[in-house]
Design a protein. Structure first.
Length: 419
């Protein structure tokens, strides 16, 4: 099992370059299946969720080259729409392949993705929307088979919740459908706009991405394209929160500051000074962070659920009491039990966490429950005096590129151990 050994109590300082977006890369890689020409991608992060996605693409018949953050995908050889169970299980979000393989092959056979550490992760919104486009759906014994032998037809789809994944699946499925598809109550995250930019670069006709109504005019065929994935706003925000919890000064470059507005607001409420430039954000932490009355996670442009765990960890050393309300996922506080080992004073009641700021945190030996919960534990370890251990960091590897090296470059004393 891989672990981090962290000697905390050191202020993070310096500059870091933000990785490419995980949440953008996964649907964009899946969408390559729509095109039988070679696609060039840049700024793809070196994380294990991308590795799992590449495994599925290869299984489906794609030829992939990878050099650092540059990738080429040749999907001309795609010969099946069946994704085996073991590959589906490697990454919960592999449901994002549904729309792409169905649109390309006329059939998709996947296993129900199942829940994960932060919730049940149902896919009813995906399936209801895909069926509106004319797919026949058989959902039994843990297997989901979607067929559209005559191809998909454009339709009007209203999502009961602005689901990121469901919006992405419908956008991708609609690209080669006959006629126009309109998605209402679509997710507005920046990664939706990034996906639309990629699809349009291949010759699709997507408009309104980033707003609540997205229109996709079906086209017959796509052509080769090149695309650079946007920066990962969650990874960038995590580094800023790390600067805040350690009383340091951190500049994250290669960011799109507008994507972090709701997070920057909370960091400033907690007392940090923020300097925004065109492609970077500098955070200077105060001597002691202030509590924040209410942090409520919401769909974009609200405060993102993925940065809730790191920000909750940050609030553990603030002065006063903060209230965190998680409105997106039903069990996204699994990491709190581990945070308490550091001396954090947090009470969880359903979707609400009440954080009573502590004067200091103490080194602890902890286990990572999930991707962003793991990041929260790392931040607590960076702030705690003494040597902490954060175990089972495979969760962190899913979404943070070489996290220990990134933090060490910011003056953290962190090393990775393999047992
Ligand atoms: C994406 O998950 C991200 N995952 C999540 O990041 C992120 O937290 C989430 O969007 C919200 O921003 C990837 O991009 C791989 P949703 P997704 O569909 O698409 C419910 C991370 O840490 N829902 O917007 O699954 C669902 O249960 C991960 O990087 C349904 O009820 O999120 C949840 O309560 C975690 N039925 C809410 O909607 C559905 O069919 C939001 O889910 C789909 C979703």
């Amino acid at each position: 099992m891989s672990s981090y050994k962290i000697c905390g109590g050191r202020a993070l300082k310096g500059e870091s370059f933000c990785q490419g977006s995980k949440t953008s890369s996964l649907p964009i890689l899946a969408a390559c299946i729509l095109c039988d020409r070679t696609v060039e991608l840049d700024n793809i992060p070196d994380i294990t969720d991308v590795d799992a996605t590449v495994k599925i693409l290869t299984w489906l018949g794609c030829r992939i080259t990878r050099s650092g953050r540059h990738m080429t995908v040749d999907a001309s050889g795609v010969h099946t729409g069946e994704i085996p169970d073991d590959l589906m299980r490697e990454m919960r979000s592999s449901v994002i392949f549904l729309g792409a393989v169905l649109a390309r092959t006329g059939r998709a056979l996947i296993s129900a993705p199942g829940g994960c550490e932060i919730g049940l992760r149902p896919i009813d919104l995906h399936l209801n929307a895909i069926s509106k486009l004319g797919a026949q759906i058989e959902n039994s014994a843990g297997k989901i088979e979607c067929t559209a032998p005559e191809g998909l037809k454009g339709a009007s789809v209203t999502l009961s919740f602005p689901s990121v994944g469901a919006t992405e699946n419908v956008m991708i499925a609609a690209v080669l459908a006959q006629g126009e598809t309109v998605i209402r109550n679509a997710a507005r995250e920046p990664e939706i706009s990034d996906l639309a930019d990629f699809l349009n670069a291949m010759g699709a006709k997507v408009s309104g991405a980033g707003e609540s109504t997205v229109r996709i005019e079906g086209v017959k065929r796509l052509h080769a394209a090149a695309h650079t994935v946007i920066p990962d706003r969650i990874a960038g925000a995590t580094l800023l929160a790390a600067g805040a919890i350690t009383g340091g000064s951190v500049r994250v470059r290669g960011l799109i500051p507008a994507h972090l507005e709701p997070v920057i607001d909370i960091l400033e409420q907690a007392g940090s000074e923020i300097e925004i430039r065109s492609d970077s954000v500098l955070l200077r932490a105060p001597q002691r962070l202030r509590c924040v009355k209410t942090v409520r996670t919401m769909p974009y442009p609200g405060f993102p659920t993925d940065i809730q765990p790191p920000v909750t960890a940050m609030l553990c050393v603030s002065r006063g009491t903060s209230v965190v309300i998680e409105t997106i996922f039903e069990s996204r506080y699994k990491y709190v039990g581990e945070l308490v080992r550091f001396g954090a004073k947090i009470r969880v009641d359903g979707r609400m966490a009440v954080v009573e700021g502590a004067d200091r945190l103490y080194a602890a030996n902890t286990v990572t429950p999930d991707l962003r919960g793991g990041a929260a534990l790392v931040l607590a370890a960076l702030a705690a005096e003494g040597e902490s251990t954060v175990n089972d960091i495979r969760h962190i590897d899913r979404g943070y590129e070489d996290f220990s090296r990134t933090l060490a470059a910011l003056n953290a004393d962190v090393r990775r151990t393999e047992e």
